[in-house]
Write a protein that binds this ligand. Sequence first.
Ligand code: PLP
Length: 388
Amino acid sequence: MSFIAEKFSEIAPSQTLAITAAAKKMRDEGQDVASFGAGEPDFDTPQHIKDACIEALQDGKTKYTPATGIPELKEAVAAKFLLENGLEYEESQISINCGAKHSCYNAILACCDPEDEVIIPAPYWTSYPEMVRLSGAEPYVVETKRENGWKLTADEFEEAISGRTRMLILNSPNNPTGSVYSKEELEALVEVAESEDIIILSDEIYEKLVYNDKKHVSTATVSEAAKNLTITINGLSKVYSMTGWRLGYTAAPPEIAKAIGIIQSHTTSNPTSFAQWGGIAALQGDQNMITDMVEEYDMRRQYMMSRLQGIKNVDVVEPEGAFYFLVDTTKIGLNSMNLTEKLLSRYLVAAVPGAAFGYDQSIRLSYATSLDIIKKGLDRFEEFCHAH
Ligand SMILES: *Cc1c(COP(=O)(O)O)cnc(C)c1O
């Protein structure tokens, strides 16, 4: 007899966190581990954001706020959508959530009944299928192809639809593949979604981290229909190095936004009051450090691309966004758990197993770490690949 709810029986702990913990333990024991495991920026939160938060604390902004966030931050988010994406939202369509992860979970809960299916293109961010299961709905995973840049095509989407399909989860720029959908690709997907009344959850947390002059296109902008069926999720964690602050936000069609507000009011209530004031400073303050960060990531990305192309037995697609490489290890022939364990224990390199992203013949290497560590880690990874 187990006291654990049946719906948890299939839910796995986050493997991205497990490998980071194992690497940390080895490092604490004095081993020189080169870690590609990071899922967060290696920069500190900018000072003016911290200052705004400290000021809010000193001012006594320490009490409950409206459940979906303070109006000032919602206004700043609405202004961001209008200015940067050309999207017009009423304040009532916007909610501030406890991180974009929370935004995703709220949106799934608001829209999906048990038995509903949610289409998730793989490789996917590790939490999507588990969040869908937690909601009682069922993930329907569609494997995308490396030759298509790991992007879901309209045909693949159409083929995956059943009478129970409720939602499609899109993530562009993508974690773990780094792929970025073009306007045309999104239009084709939206057309299918519109004809089948399928909601699109568009996770755009890596919006600002794009390279090669690639432009991020927000799904809701491709047509009026797109706006009516898209839930746009974004947040401050990745772009402003604010992972610990837990601030994400959602813009949704009115009916869905209302449901999200109700869910949040009965579960977490508001995101931390003083953190929200830091969030305003982030959105309204100097944006120049983003350019600097993107330049630094891009330098690392280009270095890794040139190195990885020269390594035997692995294949990569050039990532155009986020801060990851999904390295295809099919030719090595080990499953990703075995591969990453061996890589960590014998070569002192930490990477995340592709199994966590629904593609077992791969590992994810993050470049949210210094160039020194990247160089050292890739030297070792090269040795490993040549020995296999
Ligand atoms: C990091 C990440 C998030 C969550 O970010 P938080 O705001 O820290 O919750 C959401 N989606 C993807 C794809 C991510 O990589």
